[in-house]
Design a protein around this ligand. Structure first.
Ligand SMILES: Nc1ncnc2c1ncn2[C@@H]1O[C@H](COP(=O)(O)OP(=O)(O)O)[C@@H](O)[C@H]1O
Ligand SMILES: [Mg+2]
Length: 401
């Protein structure tokens, strides 16, 4: 028997009955508290807080119903058994209405009293379990919350570690290919010099240069990706940035029979933007467009990559639009869905999956938008939109959006 279920308060104004009850209950293992009146009973109750109370109904001053009511308001979970006179059904019903757990009639028979007490104890236990359960529930929820937070932090950390792991694996592959290219180029340069073969020397040197360019682009992308940077804006000419980016690919495009075309909006004069960052964006988009042609199995096509700039007007706000289109491989829906996810590349050792990641990051930092339209087997267009800002938009106190 749980400690508190041993305590039992018995209230009866008739001393002999009280004594008799005390004896038989004590012999059953109860720790019996007694009171000879309702008010005394309440005092004992307040002091000891027994979970079980047995009270006579008919008592002078305060009757058992009143005792029952008061106890119930003090502690709803206390079980009160009332003792009624023989045939006093009205009192019994009234007691039950007021929350008595049971009633027994005089003369009291021990087995019936014990049975009633067992039932009352069962009720107390159920109440207690319910309370423990809900209390624990709150505790458990707290524990869960803490655990969840920890797991979340762990997950983020793991994700970052995994992404670093993935990157390292991907980059190692990519860099190994560059090294192979460099070695090949150097070999050709050496052979060309030793055998006095100018053509071989020239090709070898071009190969070395291309691979050095690849490494430097990779390093720049990595730096762009790893740093949180605030755009370094200045007044610059978007068409010139586009021209410079395009020029860098003339040779490579020519080598693969890809025609580069430029359509620059002459109305687009100046923009207050981050020249270097924008240049990186265009390099990445053009490089992907060229790759899409190079990887295109449909050799019947006349491949072209088109770079277009446009000055767009919307609600009085000028917008700078760059479009990079190709008629290369296009993308499947699956590729489209993963496009901007971390280090996603379909190019094996020829790609890092960093390009679009960096591109997206830069556009976000510049407060612009990038969208893509692509049809598998037909080609792709990437569109970048940026507000045509002025230094006034970035005067102190104006937020970078
Ligand atoms: N113009 C495009 N045409 C077809 N697929 C593209 C194009 N641009 C990007 N992709 C796809 O998106 C992937 C991710 O591009 P990117 O982030 O630049 O990484 P990487 O070029 O190193 O593979 C590419 O591997 C390719 O599958
Ligand atoms: Mg790329």
């Amino acid at each position: 028997m749980a400690m508190e279920l041993k305590n039992l308060l018995v209230i009866d104004d008739e001393a002999p009955i009280l004594e008799m009850l005390e004896m038989s209950l004590a012999s059953e293992g109860y720790h019996v508290l007694t009171a000879e009146s309702g008010s005394h009973g309440l005092q004992v109750f307040k002091q000891h807080r027994p979970k079980l109370v047995l009270t006579d109904i008919k008592m002078p001053e305060m009757d058992g119903i009143e005792v029952l009511k008061r106890i119930k308001t003090m502690d709803r979970d206390t079980e009160v058994i009332v003792i009624t006179g023989h045939g006093d059904m009205d009192s019994a019903i009234s007691a039950i209405r007021h929350g008595a757990s049971d009633f027994i009639t005089k003369p009291i028979r021990d087995e019936i009293l014990m049975l009633a007490l067992e039932r009352a104890k069962e009720k107390v236990r159920i109440h207690q379990q319910l309370r423990d359960y809900t209390e624990n529930l709150e505790e458990k929820i707290e524990v869960c919350k803490v655990e969840l937070k920890r797991a979340e932090a762990e997950l983020i950390k793991n994700e970052r570690l995994a992404s670093i792991g993935e990157t390292v694996a991907g980059l190692a592959h990519y860099i190994k290919n560059i090294l192979t290219g460099l070695r090949g180029g150097m070999y050709m340069v050496n052979r060309g010099m030793a055998g006095d073969k100018p053509k071989m020397l020239q090709d070898g040197w071009a190969m070395v240069q291309r691979n050095i360019e690849k490494v430097s682009q990779l390093v720049l992308d990595l730096l762009q990706y790893s740093k949180d940077r605030v755009p370094e804006r200045s007044m610059c000419r978007p068409n010139d940035i586009a021209r410079d980016a395009m020029d860098l690919f003339q040779e490579k495009a020519g080598l693969h029979g890809i025609v580069l075309k430029a359509f620059f909006d002459e109305g687009l004069e100046e923009a207050y933007t981050d020249q270097e960052a924008l240049y990186r964006v265009l390099l990445n988009l053009i490089s992907n467009a060229i790759d899409a042609c190079i990887f295109d199995p449909d050799t019947g096509k006349a491949w072209e990559v088109v770079l277009r700039t446009t000055l767009e007007e919307q609600n009085g706000q000028g917008r700078l639009v760059f479009e990079v289109s190709d008629n290369g491989t296009g993308m499947t829906d699956e590729v489209k869905a993963k496009l901007f996810s971390r280090f996603f590349s379909t190019k094996g050792g020829q790609g890092t999956g960093l390009g679009l990641l960096v591109t997206q990051k830069i556009i976000k930092e510049l407060g612009g938008e990038i969208s893509v339209d692509s049809t598998e087997g037909q080609g792709t267009t990437f569109t970048v939109r940026l507000d045509l800002q002025t230094p006034a938009d970035h005067a102190p106190g104006v937020d970078e959006r």
